[in-house]
Design a protein around this ligand. Structure first.
Ligand code: ZN
Length: 82
């Protein structure tokens, strides 16, 4: 089972549909049991989809800041300070 750190590195490729089948299965298993990584993936897939639809736009700054704050907090709790 891949850890969160490994997974993060692969998440953007996953969101982009560029991972091979085996890695995909690994990631999916991990995502089923890891809310933090699901949150991260949701954000990445949303961004990728918007770009593909030609609506590549920044999240509203307030939302972006809140999202990053939530992620940073979750990551700190899970992995400690960088
Ligand atoms: Zn995880």
């Amino acid at each position: 089972m891949a850890g969160c750190h490994d997974l993060i590195k692969k998440l953007s490729a996953y969101a982009d549909g560029e991972l091979d089948e085996n890695l995909c299965a690994d990631l999916k298993r991990h995502l089923e049991g890891c809310a933090d990584c699901r949150l991260m993936l949701d954000h990445i897939t949303m961004t990728v989809r918007l770009c593909r639809e030609g609506k590549c736009q920044e999240l509203p700054p307030a939302l972006q800041q809140r999202f990053e704050a939530v992620l940073a907090e979750r990551w700190r709790k899970k992995f400690g300070q960088p």
